[in-house]
Design a protein around this ligand. Structure first.
Ligand code: ADP
Length: 808
């Protein structure tokens, strides 16, 4: 069934027009989507090129000469570049396809118009004749009535007139004859027009309309054919399984396949063998330095263990430990051999293969055998080393035999001296025996997090007491360094007394004193003995020492207050940490304090202390009166001079230079995280994201990254170095000169990122000195290694300021 037979009705004709409109719209939609696809493929091609370029930034120095893995990688990256080019080419072809769509839809529009006109034309002829027939018929009726009336009149006159003649009768007859003639003519015309109409209608239905529709069908079908061809072309340019891609993939597979572990180091080893003729490493000589003991008469002898009343327990403990370690090594070796042999230990310790047969299986089996025999060797060495120490101690103890142990010290004076030297001064011993509230004890560290505690306890016997909140209940914990770190929760008896495994005491202080003075282990299992209380450090302040005055800001973890230190009346800034935050967050909060503690620089905000005696935990810092730099810039945008702005840049550079020299990466440098004092001096603050490493790779996802301040390599690969801080410093300069504008304003984070990746950089803010803008651009170099270090930045800004000052 075709158009010609099925679509003759008026309704079908109109439906056909509507259908063509819908097709035109569909065509438009397709064209737009393909345009978008071309754009997106082009962008992908650009990113892929960037990937290949990044991948090619490999060390070309001699070290990797002859390396197959490095060569394969280079070829791999070249192939990625080819792939990018292919993508670009295909995207351009897709644009051509879009043009074809434009032409097709133009042609289709023309065809639709032609069809409509042709249909109207043939229908018009039929309509015209239909009207004619109606008109002729009504004429016919009119003449028929006139004829009938005149005929009646003529008959009446004819009957009445006796002679069938006379003037009146003649007149009537004449009129009747005329009417008769008219009627007959009209009749004939009506007959002719009906006949013509019948013919035209027949032709319309049988010839013209079917012809038009048939033609129309063929026109539309040829459009569909073209349409299909265009779509095929579009699909072809998006075909990722096309031969071109397959070839590239094949080449990539081949170059990676070329990596050959056994050949990888061939050239390298040959070169070194040739260049340096490396011989096996010369043995290092370890010797007891005799000069150490030359002033000590008798007691201590070179390379010999000293056994006396001071050391015997220690030696016995050590012996036990070492014997344990030897047993450990032996057990591990046995287990390893059993594991490798599928459960059957082999007498001589050799390892039998039980690997699979696939090529990878063989390789990994070989690797794992190799690794296991290496591990086994390491264990054997360890066992031998420890055994040697065991033998040495045993021998020394045996030599003493049942004799009374020699006294290690001759008099009490030396003993006291030792205490002082080791930091156990008498005062501490006394402080331990006073009975003040627990939180006032010097060795009570409040809610100091466990990591901090562990950092404070370094030698066996070091201990402190702290508080921990578990399930909203406070628990007091005794932390001791004893073969690692042990933490004991103070148990409460039904009567409200306190104990570990020994007797109960009315207060925690008494319990701790008992443990300390009795020198009994806290628990039998741990054997931990309390030897030296570790007191709060200078920066561990008491919460009660701080009086909060007014809120001056809001931080991520809680409010920031202006406060006063009771002891010194010093005005300070205090960051508080909301009590409801989970422990993990509290640790993060204190991270800033831990980092700041070590720094002392006029352009780095100073830490005064942390308060962890009780909740809320707080960080106490120097009060910087101007508050946040960002707010300051915005508020004082009219009053700031170029000289002042440059001074701010120099301060920030000085602070950052200091941090860089300490291997500290700030990771969140921005105007909002700097403070400014009343002399416009800028101090770097907010070390919540900082890391003390030369390079820091983010592994836990990129939550809450300040995208517009962060360097591309950190965003793309999570790789942070001080050069990333340099990038942020460039943005900070921009903020200073734009007086607190938002960078990349009007762009979303992802848009800004996209544009930066394709080379966009912010224009210079109004009235920024040219050299300063040049410096910003250097800080924003895509290649991190091309950015200046803070030392250089500081020198440039300092020189510019000097020049400015001299010119006035
Ligand atoms: P967080 O690190 O928790 O985000 P911020 O360091 O950003 O907290 O501090 C929030 C606000 O508190 C700052 O914008 C600033 O206004 C104020 N502030 C913080 N530290 C000080 C300080 N040492 N002196 C003066 N104001 C400060």
């Amino acid at each position: 069934m075709g158009f010609s037979s099925a679509l003759q009705s008026r309704a079908a004709h109109e439906a056909l027009i509507v259908r063509q409109d819908a097709e035109l719209r569909l065509m438009e939609t397709m064209k737009r989507s393909i345009q978008m696809k071309a754009k997106c493929d082009k962008e992908y091609a650009i990113s892929l090129t960037a990937v290949a370029q990044q991948g090619l930034k490999i060390d070309r120095a001699d070290e990797m000469q002859g390396s197959l893995i490095s060569k394969s990688w280079r070829s791999y990256m070249d192939e990625l570049d080819h792939q990018a080019k292919q993508f670009k080419f295909n995207a351009e072809q897709l644009e051509v396809v879009c043009d074809k769509f434009t032409h097709l839809s133009q042609d289709k529009r023309k065809a639709r118009k032609a069809y409509q006109e042709e249909h109207a034309k043939i229908a018009a002829r039929l309509n015209h004749l239909t009207d004619e027939v109606v008109r002729k018929k009504s004429e016919y009726q009119k003449h028929l009535e006139g004829y009938k009336a005149l005929r009646t009149r003529f008959e009446e006159n004819y009957i009445k007139a006796p002679s069938r003649s006379g003037r009146k009768l003649d007149d009537v007859r004449d009129k009747y004859q005329k009417a008769c003639r008219k009627l007959h003519l009209t009749h004939n015309e009506y007959v002719l027009s009906i006949t013509e109409a019948i013919e035209v209608e027949k032709d319309f239905r049988n010839v013209l309309l079917p012809g038009l529709l048939e033609h129309q069908q063929s026109v539309q079908e040829s459009f569909i054919l073209l349409w299909r061809n265009i779509l095929q072309e579009a699909a072809q340019y998006g075909d990722l399984t096309a031969d071109k891609y397959k070839e590239i993939q094949k080449r990539i597979d081949t170059v990676i396949g070329n990596i050959n572990p056994t050949e990888e180091y061939g050239e390298f080893t040959e070169k070194y063998n040739y260049v340096s003729r490396t011989s096996p490493t010369t043995p290092l000589l370890f010797q007891f330095d005799e000069t150490l003991i030359q002033d000590i008469p008798g007691k201590l002898q070179s390379s010999t263990l000293t056994v006396d009343n001071l050391t015997v327990d220690w030696l016995r403990n050590r012996l036990q430990e070492l014997e344990g370690a030897v047993r450990d090594c032996q057990e591990k070796q046995l287990k390893m051999i059993e594991h490798v042999n599928g459960g059957s230990p082999v007498a001589n310790g050799s390892i039998i293969s039980n690997g699979s047969n696939t090529s990878n299986g063989i390789q990994s089996n070989k690797d794992s055998l190799c690794r296991q025999s290496k591990d086994l060797n390491a264990l054997r060495c360890q066992e031998k080393q420890k055994q040697k120490l065991v033998d040495m101690i045993k021998c020394a103890l045996n030599e003493v035999g049942c004799e009374e142990l020699p006294s290690g010290c001759d008099d009490d004076l030396t003993l006291e001296q030792n205490f002082i030297e080791n930091g156990y001064n008498n005062e501490q011993q006394i402080s331990l025996s006073t009975n003040r509230p627990l939180y006032e004890e010097e060795w009570f560290h409040g809610v100091l997090p466990r990591e901090e505690v562990v950092r404070l306890l370094n030698n066996d016997g070091d201990f402190l007491v702290r508080e921990t909140i578990r399930n909203e209940e406070s628990q007091i914990v005794l932390s001791v360094c004893w073969n690692g770190h042990k933490h004991f929760i103070v148990q409460t008896t039904g009567e409200g007394n306190f104990r570990f495994e020994g007797p109960p005491f009315a207060s925690i202080q008494e319990l701790i004193m008992h443990q300390y003075h009795s020198e009994l282990p806290v628990t039998v299992k741990s054997g931990a003995i309390l030897r030296r209380p570790v007191c709060r450090e200078r920066w561990e302040l008491s919460n009660d020492d701080v009086v909060l005055l007014e809120r001056i800001g809001r931080g991520n973890f809680g409010d920031v207050y202006k406060a006063k230190l009771k002891s010194t009346k010093l005005d300070v800034a205090v960051k508080t940490c909301r009590m409801t935050l989970p422990d993990e967050q509290k640790r993060k909060f204190l991270q800033e304090g831990r980092i700041l503690k070590q720094y002392d620089h006029p352009n780095i905000v100073k830490l005064i202390g942390i308060c962890v005696q009780k909740q809320p935990i707080m960080i106490v810092m120097e009060l910087v009166l101007g508050g946040s730099l960002l707010t300051y810039l915005r508020k004082n945008s009219n009053g700031l001079t170029t000289r002042q702005q440059m001074g701010m840049c120099r301060d920030a550079a000085a602070g950052m230079r200091y941090l860089e020299s300490k291997n500290c990466i700030h990771r969140d440098l921005a105007a909002r995280n700097c403070l400014v004092d009343l002399e416009h001096s800028v101090k770097i603050s907010d070390f919540g994201m900082s890391r003390e490493e030369e390079e820091y790779i983010v592994s836990d996802g990129m939550k809450q990254i300040p995208v517009k301040w962060t360097a591309p390599e950190a965003l793309n690969f999570g790789k942070y170095t001080s050069l990333c801080d340099v990038w942020s410093y460039g943005i900070l300069m921009w903020e200073i000169f734009s007086k607190g504008d938002t960078p990349y304003s009007g762009m979303t984070n992802s848009r800004a990122r996209e544009r930066i990746d394709t080379g966009y950089r912010m224009p210079t803010p109004k009235s920024t000195p040219e050299e300063m803008y040049r410096l910003m651009l250097q800080c924003w170099a895509a290649d991190a290694e091309s950015r200046p270090h803070f030392d250089e930045i500081y020198n440039v800004v300092d020189a510019l300021i000097l020049r400015l000052d001299n010119s006035h």
